[in-house]
Design a binder for this molecule. Structure first.
Ligand code: SAM
Length: 248
């Protein structure tokens, strides 16, 4: 049966394409790409000549029906985005949901994703984390999201655009104070890959130290709040234990 393949592509380093991604992109009838001109460069690099069509936020509803028709007719489709894993702060959700509803086979390939790459090397807790994607553009909405971090004990992961990164770190400081550890991961897998691990003040100082520091692609991570200690002090625990022994 025809399959919709979700195919991650490199987030900087072209060598991060997987063998399976190449095999799938070479075998499908159609490649649905966020920006066909952008993806043409990668496809040319891989010497892949599949037919491409665009699927972005503004035509996803319309394209979804067309792609589902192709899939129902037996033609497999690969979905790619400009970089990284499709659907992760990228288009594709409407398409995948429709395929699932229509009983069309959907297969996702594992591969590059900026959030997971950044988190795994951040030094912050990875056992539990929340991916927030991009913060809303409007101030009040941003503040509302950031306020949910006040009580959150797990790591938070954000994507951010270069023109907003300084404002965002400032907003984090406004809401959470200067006590939380932040990790800013920049230009992952590229030549100037950098991790800055500091308090908000330290990260702000670094961003302002050189205009070049604010250019590029960023993942911002915020350490969780320290867990609220519900445990009794050690002395109280010891006393309780002795009392229990004395009970009938
Ligand atoms: N789907 C992609 C993924 O799986 O990571 C994310 C797409 S989203 C539109 C683009 C955002 O991802 C950028 O603004 C940045 O926050 C982050 N990003 C993508 N590539 C990156 C890189 N090489 N280094 C750091 N962040 C990156």
């Amino acid at each position: 049966a025809a399959t919709l393949f979700i195919v991650p592509t490199p987030i900087g380093n072209l060598q991060d394409i997987t063998q399976r991604a190449i095999d799938v992109l070479s075998s499908v009838a159609w490649i649905a790409a966020e920006d066909t001109r952008h993806s043409q460069k990668l496809l040319q690099h891989l010497a892949i000549q599949a037919r491409t069509l665009s699927l972005h936020d503004h035509n996803e509803e319309k394209r979804t029906q067309m792609l589902c028709n192709k899939l129902q007719a037996g033609e497999s489709v690969a979905l790619i985005s400009d970089a990284g894993t499709p659907l992760i702060s990228d288009p594709g959700f409407v398409l995948v949901r429709s395929c699932r509803e229509q009983g069309i086979n959907v297969v996702a390939l594992p591969g590059p994703c900026a959030a997971i790459t950044a988190l795994s090397a951040s030094g912050l807790a990875t056992d539990r984390f929340i991916f927030e994607g991009f913060l809303p553009a409007k101030t009040q909405a941003r503040m509302n999201v950031l306020e949910t971090l006040l009580e959150r004990t797990c790591t938070s992961v954000f994507y951010e655009a270069p023109r907003r990164i300084l404002d965002t770190v400032n907003d984090v400081k406004t809401v959470l104070g200067d006590g939380r550890q932040l990790v800013l991961a920049k230009e992952l897998t590229k030549t100037f890959e950098t991790y800055i691990s500091d308090t908000p003040d330290g990260v702000i100082a670094w961003l302002q130290a050189d205009p070049v520091h604010q250019k590029g692609e960023f993942v911002l991570m915020v350490a969780g709040a320290p867990p609220r200690s519900d445990e009794m002090p050690a002395e109280a625990m010891a006393l309780l234990k002795r009392l229990k022994q004395d009970l009938p």
